[in-house]
Ligand binder design. Structure first.
Ligand SMILES: [Zn+2]
Length: 198
């Protein structure tokens, strides 16, 4: 069984035009294998209890973006039992997952051959707005569904840096959260040539 950890970095809104966005530190993983789940629906467990119930729904809305973009070829069922989950989502208190870098989300994938065995997503629950949380979750679900690469186009959901909004002053930009683009879908389709290629 192979294992890899993929991380999503955040960038403060004020720096959104900085060169860092154009040149992400993490290079695209052109040589990474395209992975796939053996069957759908996958079973998804999202850590939820009381005040996290709303966040759990936001997170699943991020997964719904892939369901919609794939015309429901990608689908899931939510399980309340983490032991039977294919994909597990956990929240981490605070703005970032790491003290060393502004990591807001990461996904650990376990696979053998080209088949996904398990994926665990960790999300920083204090990073940005709920829209940011959904966008971060959608990005991480991209990895959890099999995408091992990042996009070099910042319009794509699978771009490795996300611009966060300030949760204190609301959303100062009327921009739409990143959504699954045709290129994002093509990255996923590499692992599902029969299911997703048109
Ligand atoms: Zn990523």
């Amino acid at each position: 069984m192979d294992k890899r950890l993929l991380a999503l970095l955040a960038l403060p809104l004020a720096l959104q035009n900085s060169p860092a966005l154009a040149q992400p530190k993490e290079p695209a993983r052109a040589s990474a294998p395209a992975l796939h789940w053996a069957q759908f629906p996958v079973r998804v467990y999202v850590e939820a209890n009381g005040e996290r119930d709303q966040k759990a729904l936001i997170v699943l809305a991020g997964l719904d973006e892939w369901v919609d973009a794939s015309h429901e070829k990608i689908c899931y069922i939510r399980t309340r039992d983490p032991k039977v989950a294919d994909i597990t989502v956990r929240f981490v208190a605070g703005r970032f997952l790491s003290a060393d870098a502004p990591v807001i989300g990461e996904t650990e994938v376990d696979w053998s051959g080209s088949t996904m065995r398990k994926a665990t997503i960790r999300l920083a629950e204090g990073a940005g707005t709920l829209e940011d949380l959904q966008a971060t979750a959608a990005h991480e679900f991209g990895h959890a569904l099999g995408i091992q690469q990042h996009s070099s186009d910042q319009c794509d959901l699978m771009f490795p840096v996300e611009v966060l909004h300030d949760s204190q002053i609301g959303d100062p930009l009327p921009e739409e959260a990143p959504y699954v683009t045709a290129h994002d879908l093509s990255l996923l389709a590499a692992g599902y040539p029969q299911l997703l290629r048109r």
